[in-house]
Design a protein around this ligand. Structure first.
Ligand code: SAH
Length: 222
């Protein structure tokens, strides 16, 4: 227990319940042992309202208010795995902090996470949860993430957790040589997870699989 958060969990949020989710992720093809370990240890129930805590270890997206959703565990695992597939990442930029769950998972897998959220109320809650978990390698910013995070240099990993109509050019500019960006691209029901890689020779894009995310929107709220 840390402050108002039950980080350990019991009953529907117990270690056994989490192990069942990990087994499911493995049958869906998630194989990176670090990603699986971190997801087993990260209390997803802390990132949703108490009334939804009993559903936190189901492989489903869950509402977090303000018409936004916490992504399905499979997608969080898949995106983390793709980001890490070519080696460790030192500095990762996330667009769409939301509940902070993907942020928390990443913070345990990479050097530092810079995460941008356009809805202040969501950012405030995420900050409390990340603090309660003792994750000190996270920086949060309230802004429109499509513009990137000016003045902070380049990133060797970028992750988008809301769907843009195309890969935002400002984010491609922020990707270091050797960097990888994974994000959903498309509108409505027609979205794909896209991997963007930058090398000295240029930028490549690869479509991974169909996905369904909330849209990436411009401007800020709150
Ligand atoms: N990774 C989050 C998913 C939240 S849903 C989680 O684990 O909970 C996507 C989030 O992206 C929402 O909170 C939404 O407000 C935010 N978002 C959408 N467009 C954005 C933008 N342009 N800049 C920053 N955040 C944005």
């Amino acid at each position: 227990m840390s402050g108002t958060f039950d980080l350990t969990g019991s009953g529907f949020t117990s270690a056994r319940t989490r192990d069942r989710l990990m087994a499911r992720l493995m049958t869906q093809g998630i194989s990176d042992p670090h990603v699986l370990d971190v997801m087993r240890q990260t209390p997803r129930h802390v990132f949703v309202d108490e009334a939804l805590a009993h559903r936190a270890y189901e492989d489903t997206a869950l509402p977090i208010g303000h018409s936004q959703t916490l992504s399905q565990p499979y997608i969080v695992a898949r995106m983390s795995e793709i980001l890490l597939a070519a080696g460790a990442r030192q500095k990762v930029l996330e667009i769409g902090t939301g509940s902070g769950y993907q942020t928390a998972v990443l913070a345990q897998l990479v050097g530092t996470v810079h995460s941008i959220e356009r809805i202040k109320a969501l950012q405030d809650k995420a900050r409390e949860r990340l603090k309660a978990m003792g994750l000190n390698n996270v920086r949060l910013r309230h802004a429109d993430g499509m513009q990137g995070w000016p003045g902070e240099g380049e990133y060797d990993g970028i992750i988008g957790t809301a769907a843009a109509l195309g890969v935002p050019p400002a984010l491609i500019d922020l990707l270091a040589i050797g960097g990888r960006m994974v994000l959903p691209v498309g509108a409505g029901q027609r979205q794909s997870l896209v991997l963007v890689c930058k090398t000295a020779d240029g930028v490549s894009q690869e479509i991974i699989e169909p996905v369904h995310f909330v849209p990436m929107l411009g401007g800020v709220v709150g």
